[in-house]
Write a protein that binds this ligand. Sequence first.
Ligand SMILES: *Cc1c(COP(=O)(O)O)cnc(C)c1O
Length: 379
Amino acid sequence: MNTPILLSSPIFDGKEQTNIQKALEKGFIATNGSFISKFEQKFSQRLKTHQITAVNSGTSALHLALIHLGVGLGDEVICQSFTFCASANPITYLGAVPVFVDSEKDTWNISPEILEDTILSRISKGKKPKAIITVDLFGMPAKHHEILEISKKYKIPVIEDAAEAVGSLYHGQPCGIFGELGVFSFNGNKIITTGGGGAVVSANVEAINNARYLSMQARENTHYYEHFKVGYNYRMNNISAGIGLAQFENLDKKVKKRRAVFDNYKEMLKNFEGISLLEEPSGVYCNRWLTTILIDPKVTGFSNEDLRLAFQKHNIESRFLWKPLHMQPVFLDYPYYGGNTSSSLFYKGICLPSSENLSIEDLERIVTIISKQFKYVFK
Ligand SMILES: *Cc1c(COP(=O)(O)O)cnc(C)c1O
């Protein structure tokens, strides 16, 4: 009866199997093969003004983007605090210092006001930040127009971490392109997956070629192995790219289904006082990778943890929102600018199951559990 409902399961209903088989038959299973270039081509066509190079994870994509911007030992890099640790980890790989910035309430992403204050404060300390990492958390685009204005004003390049925002649009343009460089992730639970994978995005062809070169051990174009630089083994493999190509062909369908999941939740939860969903600001098309709700325990009488435990009892997977990085033990020693916007989102929020194949029956099972939490309070 209680079949498990997962938070976000990958769905393979395209040419994934066929492509894997082709890669195996041809023997191209590593970092050579036609699926990699096809995947890059198709994706670049979709982005129109920008190109991608495919790598083995979103984390490596961020690492390469930071290297391309020349981030090194002792440099400071501003990073949205409300995000997954992978947004900031590559900063520390380079011996650089993350400076965390709080979110604003409309998008839950980096606050342009606090961002500017942070830049001014760091400059006044003689440490002009080398880069700014913004995140489109849960697929919701950050306030890119405002952020880019600040980036221009202070001449600090932006890296857009669009790991969760493949398929999202901001004023008609795809997420991933709002910066000097952008980053995608195709990890197992993201909106499209290659198993493990990611991409670096840029309008600057040289940046893309440089990232591709570094991702393949910085090997020179000679018949023997010649190296002028230290490279990385970060290239996407051909099997992953074959899966990715098949997933990519269904991207629009997947986004529509995720958005339908969100719309269904919104409709079913509309009379639940004390529970709110994040609305799309105007001009925004969010992929709704995960549907998230905020619970105000003063109104509902139960917390996100109460709900998580109730779900767990019924074999339903849910998860808290990302714990802000400035609160993470590993990052406690780094500077933080802002107040308690992201921390209060963490204390109130929960991600609901959001797989594209979630049925109406599944949704009803989930919403019934939420409603029962209320009954418990009032009985
Ligand atoms: C998933 C994710 C990443 C990292 O991507 P991987 O492919 O898992 O390395 C980076 N940033 C954010 C916001 C993510 O959600």
